[in-house]
Design a protein around this ligand. Sequence first.
Ligand code: ATP
Length: 636
Amino acid sequence: AKLAVTVDVQKLVTWKEGAPVPYAFLAETFETIATTSKRLEIISALTSAFRAILAGTPGDLLPAVYLCTNRVAPAHAGIELGVGDAILIKALASATGRKESSIKSDYETSGDLGSVAASCRSAQRTLFTPAPLTIAAVLKTFREIAKESGQSSQERKKGLISKLLVASKGCEPGYIMRSLQAKLRIGLAEQSVLVAIAHAVLLHKEGAKDKDGKLADRLEQASQAVKAAYSECPSYDMLIPALLDHPLSELAAHVHFMPGVPVKPMLAKPTTGVGEVLDKFTDCEFTCEYKYDGERVQIHVLDGGKTVHIYSRNAEDMTPRYPDILARLPSWLAPGTDSIVIDGEAVAWDPEKAKILPFQVLSTRARKEVALADVKVQVCVYAFDCLYHNGASLLHEPLTKRRQLLHDSLVEVPGQLAQATTKISNDVEELEAFLNEAVDASTEGLIVKTLGDTYEPSRRSSHWLKLKKDYLAGVGDTFDVVPIGAFYGRGKRAGVFGAYLLAVYDDENEAYQTISKLGTGFSEEQLVQLADSLRPAIIPKPRSYYKYGESGAPDVWFEPTHVWEVKAADLSISPLHQAAMGLVEPGKGISIRFPRLVRVRDDKSPEDATTAGQVADMYRQQAVVAAEARSKAKAG
Ligand code: ATP
């Protein structure tokens, strides 16, 4: 049924072969996708749209993919769309002649600026018919808007947006608005876009006829190849031209990890004790490393240290923030090391006492460009992985080899660069002792890694397990949650928020599900700071993608903007909270009890918050630990 609808889109919006693809074609495709939440239907609709673009105007596939993924450039380029509601409302007012106050009140009622824009435009009588918007032109304007900065940039942004809106019709204004808010909200996950690209390219190249009965296999292979290429080289500027110019079978040769394009880091899974680690790693060799508490850094080095880029865990280019690392780096390279990509942790360092300082000290370091002379907090880089060495990617090499090259290529400099402290053992007592040592050395605990496995970009892999010393009663890890609402304070807390409503991210459905209320453990100063940071994010109504229990509704709602790391005593099945809804018990969610704020996570975006799936895993793990404790107690 879905394909039939998509074909209708293609009949509805046509263009001459080779001519720029109308934006209406993509907007109609989004409309189709919005009507379903089934992954396969979404992929099939998008595949069909991409095939039409490939058949008509293949050069427009790249801009179409950017618009589908809500990006204007690869993540590391640091150019992001995301215009504040105030400017969007002003632009809409100027494009439609409506009063800002009436747009605001419509927005308050519907909670979706996209639909307000669409209805404003359709109600408007226009004297002339503007030329239709094209995919390429919309992306070009989005890029101009994203790059605008400095004096009167807001005014210029408003002008550009208003021009787009004036030229838009039908469902176009709605999607223009949502893209500018940086959220399409049609349930289109990036993984689905990648699959649709793969399917469309394959079907375009070899036709849709299943000549040998193996088309399904080839489609699956193509998806795997495209997903793998993108995870190694997250840049559509590289991926799409390679797909257009070369056979799919050669993709890996053209799109692979390279210095200058950071990969999303490999992540670890939580565990609740040495016993669990040993259970999981029974048949393999593994190593334990100190888990340093600082900031993840992926350092890309070329030309013997002449070109250096330092990327964050979110692929943000942080090079200007670390002039000290830049200045020191050439002296860290062993003779013969020309290019290298180091995965490591930058940790605050006390040069006088020669010891690691807590994360809180690192977080006082300036978060923007800084001159070398103004660096206040010293950092020591603890290197733990090597992803590239002298022209060759090491992602597909086992950790043993990557570590060997890391050791061979770098020279330790006390207080500046060190190799992560490691231990190889599978003895429970030795590991417990090493965990204590790690904590005494001011780290958070251990990360335990299998030695025989490859580097898995952007995966929370079961080949890396984290073991934090302060896990509590079976909860193996802290939670990264998004405050989506707040309750007014009373008495001493009047004027600030007294408690917050916290949510985790359901990445399958692009929704935020509440997990707990947090109202204790704050200092007065903290309460003021948190309230100040969240006030600008207040929205009139909960977003349609917030899942919460009616009886737990807060006094004000927030846009999902902040990520807080919280510690909790345990997880329990909840009649009210919606986290991991139905994953553990039908119709029920999970909540955390006695949450405490650990820190604000500036380095994570709301989509990086703890996911529903992780909450369900942690709940199950807690149950296992509790059962073990019970049987031990019985045996004892
Ligand atoms: P996650 O993304 O896994 O939720 P997080 O940023 O919340 O991570 P943790 O879960 O506490 O942090 O731990 C993972 C992080 O630990 C890594 O992203 C990295 O920054 C840091 N880390 C410190 N030491 C190591 C190490 N030896 N190996 C890998 N990661 C390390």
